[in-house]
Write a protein that binds this ligand. Sequence first.
Ligand code: ADP
Ligand code: GN1
Ligand code: MG
Length: 361
Amino acid sequence: MTVKGEFAFEGEYVSGGPYGDGHINDTYALVYSDAGRERRYILQRMNTKVFPDIPTLMHNIGAVTRYLSQKIKESGGDPDRETLTLVPTVDGGNYLDRDGECWRAFLFIEGTEVYQLAESAEVFGDTGRAFGVFIARLDGFDASVLGEVIPNFHNTADRYAKFEAAVAADKSGRADTVKDEIAFVRARKNYCSRVVDGLADGSIPLRVTHNDTKLNNILFDSKTKKALCVIDLDTIMPGSLLYDFGDAVRFGCSTALEDEPDLSKVDFDIELYEAFAKGFLAGIGEKITATETKLLSFGSVLMTYECGMRFLTDYLDGDVYFKTKYDTHNLVRCRTQFKLVKAMEGRLAEMDDIAARYRKA
Ligand code: ADP
Ligand code: GN1
Ligand code: MG
């Protein structure tokens, strides 16, 4: 990584290597020694195939982290630990473009851990609180300064059109082997435009949202086990709160990993849902509307369906978007999502009761 000398890291370089478990960027942790004191940094090569407009993406992250840092300071928190802090390049920029390879760096937030599975209702409840607070904190942020890094990112109707195009093109020659999954998506086509239409007619408010609220995009304080910092801010854009709530539920309320091949292990855990909804509703307080509260259960189904459809689309396209480790990795991921969709569909009334029980507004 010859680029590391081009960032304003403090001290002498000691070591570095790949880090974390993201599907999109290449992440490295670097160790420096500064007058005998160890300092670590996160260095990331951004995925320019997924994010073709890096200047807009980095503009968004710069603006949002500056805003959050100010808000955290005002509430007596520690901005170096409770939000991401970009390390500038030696030229004062916020990222580096070396022949089309784009790099950025953050302070490493020490004393933290990430979870790939919700270990307890307590941990996941605190995740809900943290995501609720995150959206509430950004309530006063001027969304018009944010560019749309991936147009139509959670426009499920558009995702559906892309899915049908992938089936028709069948670039990988796999369409015949996934007939059941294709039928599963088609049978639920009516899900696709509900939130998009609500945003368009104003019945669902447009907010500044994270759009990728997986459990492993939150750092937990290793000592207190409390959710400390929301990370992976690449997809911060105007969107619906239902996207953030639903995506977190999709990933965190599963009894198994997103790529668990044994479907008998995959189920929707309603106790985790209750803990998450309770935490989220407490975190967001009165900023959520009654329409949004009513749609929390549907938003969870929708985001799980959308993600499964995206994995299936990528499988049909020949695995060109998500990082995969083996031939059927995207198909395995798609199947866990569809199993969860079915499980949630059977428990919508209970999910609605939970939201009604804990809502503040
Ligand atoms: P991706 O978009 O590929 O998911 P992330 O930005 O989520 O990339 O980073 C991948 C992983 O790196 C995270 O899940 C987390 O474990 C770790 N990580 C990222 N930023 C930091 C940070 N500032 N401090 C500590 N760990 C971090
Ligand atoms: C990707 O970057 P990461 O691994 O946190 C993806 C999300 C998907 C998720 C599925 C920019 O998230 O939208 O929900 O994988 N991010 C992007 O695990 O496409
Ligand atoms: Mg991530």
